[in-house]
Design a protein around this ligand. Structure first.
Ligand SMILES: Nc1ncnc2c1ncn2[C@@H]1O[C@H](COP(=O)(O)OP(=O)(O)OP(=O)(O)O)[C@@H](O)[C@H]1O
Length: 300
């Protein structure tokens, strides 16, 4: 992959481990992120996502494993390294008396080649709030400010830990546009999210973590063999639901179209990323819309 920072991986993690007391939060996690790539880490609550991200950001020490972020060990990396990293902290309350405009301008001064603070404020949709104090913002607006502070330094690598939690749908869409523009700039992004649609929309690659380990990874289209799954064509005939599982749904639909004027209640179902994700977590995957055995019996 050719980016403004060459071809060295942005993140390399092998055998990462972290324990809190009796809890093995990260248990042999491996991860590679190429420069310019957008990777989404998915996983249930408590899977070890935030712990991993905090270790990569240099905010938490690991017990074991190899970690390199932009070529350096985050535990020992210095200020020049930190200036290349964009961190979106979760709900910090420091500086809450300062206004949006003051904060973004203030943070921009810490970096050698910052983005224009006004452009960043526009990009996160806070233009109308530029004179409002941080503590007077709503939860979603506060989160957008956190994102602004994370990207104003024009970082090479941005960590986004659940960036759109608390966003309304419109704010989420404009945030996705913002991530797309960071992608165009060649920024590497590691994000964690519980929104499958967000991962599907933004990520080049999805990594599923459970119990502190990677259990699956792939592109959003191919995760868990999703692309190779058969489609289910379903329709109603003689008052009963009929369905066919097939690799060639277009042909099936064409055959049905030849028999009916309009195929009653025609549906073509593919497994969604959420179906595949939930299936992976259960250790067994099921195609979308696949009836349970009992329901299938009833359909026959
Ligand atoms: N500072 C801490 N002290 C003790 N245990 C912790 C600490 N931080 C996290 N844990 C535990 O480690 C495990 C992993 O937590 P982590 O926050 O990394 O998970 P997560 O995947 O980010 O979860 P979520 O989706 O809920 O944010 C959990 O069981 C959590 O309770």
């Amino acid at each position: 992959m050719t980016t403004r920072h060459g071809t060295a991986p942005a993140i390399e993690v092998a055998g990462l481990r972290k324990r809190y007391g009796q809890k093995q939060a990260v248990d042999g996690l491996d991860l590679q992120v190429a420069a310019g790539e957008i990777v989404a880490i998915l996983g249930p609550n408590g899977a070890g996502k935030t712990t991993t991200v905090e270790i990569l950001e240099g905010y938490r020490h690991r017990d074991d494993g190899h970690v390199r972020v932009l070529g350096e060990d985050p535990q020992t990396a210095g200020r020049a390294w930190r200036a290349r990293i964009g961190v979106v902290l979760q709900g910090t309350n420091d500086l809450a008396e300062a206004s949006v405009g003051e904060l973004v301008r203030h943070f921009s001064r810490f970096y050698p080649d910052p983005r224009d603070p006004d452009e960043v404020i526009d990009a996160v949709g806070l233009r109308e709030k530029v004179r409002v104090r941080a503590r007077q913002l709503s939860g979603g607006q506060r989160r957008r400010l956190d994102v602004a502070l994370g990207i104003v330094g024009r970082p090479d690598l941005v960590f986004l830990d659940e960036p759109t939690t608390g966003f309304d749908p419109q704010a989420r869409r404009s945030f996705w546009d913002l991530v797309e523009s960071l992608r165009t700039d060649g920024t590497t992004i590691l994000l964690t999210t519980h929104y499958l649609e967000e991962a599907e929309r933004l990520a080049d690659r999805v990594v599923v973590v459970a119990d502190g380990r990677v259990v699956a990874e792939g592109t959003p289209d191919d995760l868990g063999g999703r692309g190779a799954r058969q489609a289910v064509v379903r329709w109603v005939e003689d008052g009963a639901v009929r369905e066919v599982r097939t690799d060639t749904p277009t042909r099936t639909v064409a055959e049905l179209a030849a028999r009916f004027d309009e195929v009653p209640e025609l549906q073509v179902l593919r497994p969604t990323l959420e179906d595949v994700y939930l299936g992976l977590l259960q250790g067994a995957t099921a195609p979308a819309g696949e009836p349970t055995d009992a329901k299938q019996e009833a359909l026959r």
